[in-house]
Design a protein around this ligand. Structure first.
Ligand SMILES: NC(=O)c1ccc[n+]([C@@H]2O[C@H](COP(=O)([O-])OP(=O)(O)OC[C@H]3O[C@@H](n4cnc5c(N)ncnc54)[C@H](OP(=O)(O)O)[C@@H]3O)[C@@H](O)[C@H]2O)c1
Length: 291
């Protein structure tokens, strides 16, 4: 159980903190006393979310950063602004992500699901790693999904150009979140920075509403009453970001605040190292810039 005010004096960044699970995570961590930075694409929406988070948590220390994280230049600008604003960074919660039924291409010419769900947290984490390491003990918490279990990272078609399905792209990106976390944990051994990854549950949020698939339009109203609230969905990210119970725990996948086995493919260390290398190339990070 996270202890009250445990996060006082700690700086936390929650990507996608303007809505859904990220916003509820920001409320929970601000309520524990943390300074919380949230990111979103639109300043007005993000400022409104920050006001809600301050009111709900009783903590005025909530700041807004804006970036469209599907664009690598925006991720780099965002990282620079965070480094300027945060002399120390104790926790990074990589929460931004989404589902697109149809194939879209980013300004960098990459398939959107892969770019936003995997490459954006990969790049942002790498750009902030020196600051996290200097702030150790520090934590990187990445929001994956139960969909990781059905994922397959196809190195011959990472961009879904040969054949695209929203479900396939989403599951692959969420498996990539797990492989990234395990590889990050291996690379960070001995630094005092931990890396964990989680499934938040099936949560009633704006998820999937940007690019409607039949599942979301037809089934959402029917299943919504059975979904978790965003507050309930935030329980595991808040736990991994703040609890003393997971101090030093790294390279693990969590569901309902408990460690759980992830997809067999996520334990393939050669594939994870290959994904890291390909991602660093696609994100324009040279080998010596990644840890
Ligand atoms: N909901 C579920 O049932 C569920 C289940 C398993 C896993 N997850 C995972 O949980 C995470 C959060 O999902 P959610 O359900 O809370 O989604 P959500 O309600 O749609 O919230 C998504 C957040 O990401 C931000 N965002 C979206 N596109 C962005 C972009 N291009 N650049 C920067 N920020 C962007 C949004 O901010 P703005 O719109 O203000 O820019 C918002 O704050 C995702 O990684 C998702 O895969 C969700």
């Amino acid at each position: 159980m996270a202890d009250t005010r445990r996060m006082t004096g700690r700086n936390v960044l929650v990507t996608g903190g303007t809505a859904g699970i990220g916003k509820a995570t920001a409320v929970g961590l601000a309520a524990l006393g943390a300074w919380v930075g949230i990111t979103g694409r639109d300043r007005i929406r993000a400022e409104a979310a920050a006001a809600d988070i301050r009111a709900a948590s009783g903590n005025p220390a909530v700041e807004v950063f804006t970036a469209d994280m599907s664009a690598q230049a925006e991720v780099r600008r965002l990282a620079g602004e965070i480094l300027d604003a945060c002399p120390r960074l104790d926790v990074l919660v990589n929460n931004v992500g989404g589902f697109w039924a149809h194939r879209h291409v980013t300004v960098d010419g990459l398939e959107h699901t892969f770019a936003l769900n995997h490459l954006a947290p990969f790049l942002l984490t790498n750009l902030l790693l020196d600051r996290l390491t200097a702030s150790a003990p520090a934590r990187v918490v990445t929001v994956s999904s139960g969909a990781q279990a059905n994922g397959r990272v196809d190195f011959n078609d990472l961009q879904g150009s040969a054949r695209y399905s929203g479900q396939r792209a989403y599951s692959a990106s969420k498996l990539a979140n797990v492989m990234f976390t395990y590889e990050l944990a291996r690379r960070l051994q001995g630094t005092g920075v931990t890396a964990t990854v989680l499934h938040p549950g099936v949560v009633a949020t704006n998820f999937g509403t940007g690019d409607q698939a039949a599942f979301f339009t037809v089934l959402r109203p029917l299943v919504r009453p059975f979904m978790k609230s965003p507050t309930a969905g935030a329980a595991t990210p808040i736990y991994l970001a703040s609890s003393a119970e997971v101090e030093g725990v790294t390279g693990r996948y969590f569901v309902n605040r408990k460690p759980k086995a992830s997809a067999k493919a996520s334990y393939d260390t050669a594939a994870a190292a290959r994904l890291w290398k390909v991602s660093a190339d696609l994100a324009g990070l040279t080998a010596d810039r990644t840890h």
